[in-house]
Write a new protein. Structure first.
Length: 370
């Protein structure tokens, strides 16, 4: 029986092992571990790739979101509106920044619903924190209109969306600041934790750098309370190496998405994500391939029995489901989606045959002829 794991870390390493080994040796021999030139170079390349002024390497995107919020000026006690279909990290960063996360409904595209954002704005709202989920960027025109109308900041959770674009503009460049993740399973992943804060605002960048460096400014003087959150120099070197072939990686993911779309086209019980070229406003990088499926749990088991790994995002828990953290919202559309959503394997180790095998099994589960 073929095996199509949801993710294959060893295969990803093996695919570029010689390149990685050369970096380990080079960085090791130089003893260049913290805040060295590799980090600076990567930050410069990342900023230019995204078309933003500044990128700051941080320890992970959760730290990055907290820093992005604080540096953008989200104040203690303010409310921050986010999609309930996001990682706990998004809400946790708001909480750590001293503000209150307000989860709202997502729409049919699984991204934050602008109408729900508008309805959730209160006198205490300070920011909208859209998650550019699954490698797709939200309707930023609508969100910017709402933010402009109510005087709110936009801070993006672009953890899943490096290189994703809306109307030609990269995720992470729309608001006051944004965070990107380099967690190993992300499209640009390192070998542990890593992240970046990106911004066009030089003061936000300075403030963020100070927060991540014990409150010290560029001259080394302590100017505020801070903490320690850094992207390791070794990781920066590895990420920089991978950034060079990032375009090809995204291209392959979009090709896999096209193959899935074709293979699942006739299955009425499945709603696939939008195909790569279906909407000229969106350029998606397919961090995930998240479908909606009838009898989702049975389908998941059926695929598992045939060697196919799938995943339900966030362990099946939306933010507002976490009543242990004090959430009291009722979000029926999100509840319904969370009974239907399933992520099919989406990674660079997949062959075309693997994708065909997954599609054939989804079709046979629903009784379509092969
Ligand atoms: C991965 C992820 C994060 C957290 O990233 P870390 O680097 O692991 O802290 C935050 N938000 C979303 C949407 C993510 O997918």
């Amino acid at each position: 029986m073929p095996s199509v794991p949801f993710f294959n870390y060893p295969a990803l390493f093996a695919a570029q092992e010689a390149g990685f080994q050369a970096i380990f040796s080079d960085v090791g021999r130089r003893g260049a571990f913290i805040k060295q030139k590799d980090l600076e170079d990567f930050e410069t390349s990342l900023a230019s790739f995204l078309g933003v002024r500044h990128a700051l390497g941080v320890g992970n995107a959760t730290d990055g979101l907290e820093v992005a919020l604080l540096a953008a000026g989200v104040e203690e006690g303010g409310e921050v509106i986010l999609s309930s279909h996001t990682m706990l990290a998004t809400a946790a960063a708001v909480h750590s920044a001293g503000a209150r996360p307000v989860p709202v409904e997502c729409g049919a595209d699984h991204l934050i619903d602008p109408a729900a954002v508008e309805a959730a704005v209160s006198a205490r709202t300070r920011a909208i924190l859209p998650t550019q989920l699954n490698g797709r960027t939200c309707d930023m025109d609508a969100l910017r209109r709402i933010a402009g109308h109510h005087g709110l900041l936009i801070v993006e959770d672009a953890a899943q969306a490096l290189g994703s674009r809306y109307k030609g503009q990269c995720a992470g460049s729309f608001g006051a600041s944004a965070a990107i993740s380099f967690y190993p399973a992300k499209v640009l992943g390192c070998f542990g934790d890593g992240g970046a804060v990106v911004t066009n605002d030089t003061r936000v960048h300075e403030h963020a750098s100070e927060l991540c460096n014990f409150g010290r400014n560029a001259a080394g003087d302590v100017v505020r309370w801070g903490f320690n959150s850094r992207l390791d120099n070794l990781h920066a070197a590895i990420l920089h190496f991978q950034l060079r072939s990032y375009g090809q990686a995204v291209c392959r993911r979009r090709r896999i998405a096209t193959l899935y779309g074709e293979g699942l086209n006739e299955v009425a019980e499945v709603v696939p994500p939008p195909a790569p070229d279906s909407d000229p406003n969106h350029f998606d990088i397919f961090q995930n391939y998240e479908i909606e499926a009838e009898r989702r749990d049975d389908l998941k088991q059926y695929l598992k029995d045939r060697g196919i790994g799938t995943l339900i995002q966030w362990n099946g828990e939306a933010i507002h489901h976490l009543t242990v953290l004090g959430f009291t919202q009722h979000l029926p559309y999100t509840d319904w989606l969370f009974t239907r959503m399933l992520m099919l394997p989406m990674n660079l180790s997949l062959s075309d045959d693997d994708v065909h095998y997954v599609c054939a099994n989804v079709r046979s589960f629903y009784g379509y002829p092969q």
